[in-house]
Ligand binder design. Structure first.
Ligand code: PLP
Length: 402
């Protein structure tokens, strides 16, 4: 279960919260970040390896496009599904990169990748409907499935398979109540990447059942080995796939809040209604900058990717020299997910101790579900210098505690 938010009473009156709020989880990253900041205020030097965002600034051509858009008056409401030019740009980019024709009425622009998870589950899942989701995995899947009254069915990602899901296991989890299967490649938190063969096997196991697939491809441009392949490209799956991607990770735009979903046009219209009811639209000037991000110079994307790869190599090699740690080489995203079972520590206790005693902020594998026990997640979205210092500190700490 995701950690539940504590709600301390702060007035005389009892707060009558809707029952469903007890089912809503959270993302531990933000809690660890707050704790780390509190330690920093006490004068401690913390190395931040917890947060999942590029440490680079947004490329300057994108910033420039947003500034210009503000001056040109892109400061008003826009259409709920997104600006037509951006939807068209996304449709063209997805058609090219995924090798399947997409039209602009199949695109919905939303504030970040996350709302596509929120809206898809809200739109598709009724009480008792089953949703299969990766565990360890991005915690918002489980949180949202529980929130809407669905049945969260975890599929365990195993280290010995390089954290690629096992299709036989998937086959055994599918029932008549399965409405949605969530896949995520490259994966958070493990860095696992599904191969073309894996994706074909997943499609075969789902067969012609009326099951939707939420394919979270937010790290699609952050691949170090292999290729990115989308289930949307498999014949018969275009209509059953909701492709999630966005700008946060690819263009270092986490704070801009812009992402998108690509899906059959009738579902896109329903997701748009959810947008109208919640956000009205994604910020207009941000969307104009999004067009520049996709159409403009892509060299910064490759620069960031190769820098993450360099850091991954150094950090994983270093971790493998530390007592009790063993770490596979992740094939994508910017996370490493070492096995820490041989330290004799439980994940959460170890993450807490590393923060408090060694000044390393990282996440317990259990922040990503029960099957994350025995692992930690480190983000390598930090300078090489800081990563080397972190390795040093972990090594020193384990020297006297493991
Ligand atoms: C797997 C996965 N999906 C979706 C998101 C959400 O991305 P955004 O910040 O664009 O909402 C994240 C962010 O960490 C993620 O790791």
């Amino acid at each position: 279960m995701p950690t539940l938010v504590s709600t301390e009473p702060n007035t005389q009156r009892e707060l009558h919260l809707a029952a469903r709020m007890s089912k809503l989880g959270t993302e531990t990253t933000f809690e660890v970040l707050n704790k780390a900041r509190a330690l920093e205020r006490q004068g401690k030097k913390i190395l931040h390896l917890e947060i999942g965002e590029p440490d680079f600034d947004t490329p300057s051509n994108i910033i420039e496009a947003a500034v210009q858009a503000l001056h040109q008056g892109w400061t008003h409401y826009g259409p709920s599904a997104g600006l037509p030019d951006l939807r068209q740009t996304i449709a063209e980019e997805v058609s090219r990169s995924r090798g399947i024709p997409c039209a602009s009425d199949e695109v919905v622009v939303v504030p970040g990748g996350k709302p596509i998870i929120f809206f898809s589950i809200l739109a598709l899942i009724d009480d008792g409907d089953e949703v299969i989701y990766p565990n360890p995995g991005f915690p918002i899947y489980e949180s949202m499935i529980n929130y809407v009254g669905g049945r969260a069915v975890p599929i365990r990602l195993r280290e010995e398979r390089d954290f690629r899901l096992d299709v036989n296991e998937l086959a055994s989890l599918i029932t008549d109540r399965t409405r949605l299967v969530i896949i995520n490649s490259p994966q958070n938190p493990t860095g696992g990447v599904l191969s073309r063969r894996d994706i074909h096997d997943i499609a075969e196991v789902i067969g012609d059942r009326n099951i939707m697939v939420l394919s979270d491809e937010i790290y699609s441009r952050l691949i170090f080995e292999g290729e990115h392949y989308s289930i949307m490209a498999i014949p018969g799956f275009k209509d059953r796939t909701i492709l999630l991607d966005g700008f946060s990770k690819t263009y270092a735009m986490t704070g801009w809040r812009m992402g998108y979903g690509v899906m059959r046009a009738d579902l896109a219209a329903h997701i748009t209604r959810l947008m109208t009811n919640s956000n009205s639209c994604t910020a207009s000037f941000t969307q104009v900058a999004g067009i520049e991000a996709m159409r403009g110079d892509q060299s910064s994307v490759e620069k960031m990717r190769s820098e993450f790869q360099r850091r991954r190599d150094v950090f994983v090699t270093g971790l493998n020299k530390i007592k009790g740690f063993s770490c596979r080489m992740p094939k994508g995203a910017f996370y490493v997910f070492p096995n820490i079972q041989k330290t004799g520590w439980k994940s959460k206790k170890l993450a807490d101790a590393l923060l408090e005693e060694a000044g390393i902020a990282c996440l317990s594998g259990t922040a990503f579900g029960d099957f994350g026990e025995g692992y930690l997640r480190f983000s390598v979205a930090n300078s090489l210098e800081n990563l080397l210092q972190a390795l040093d500190r972990i090594d020193t700490w384990t020297g006297s505690n493991v």
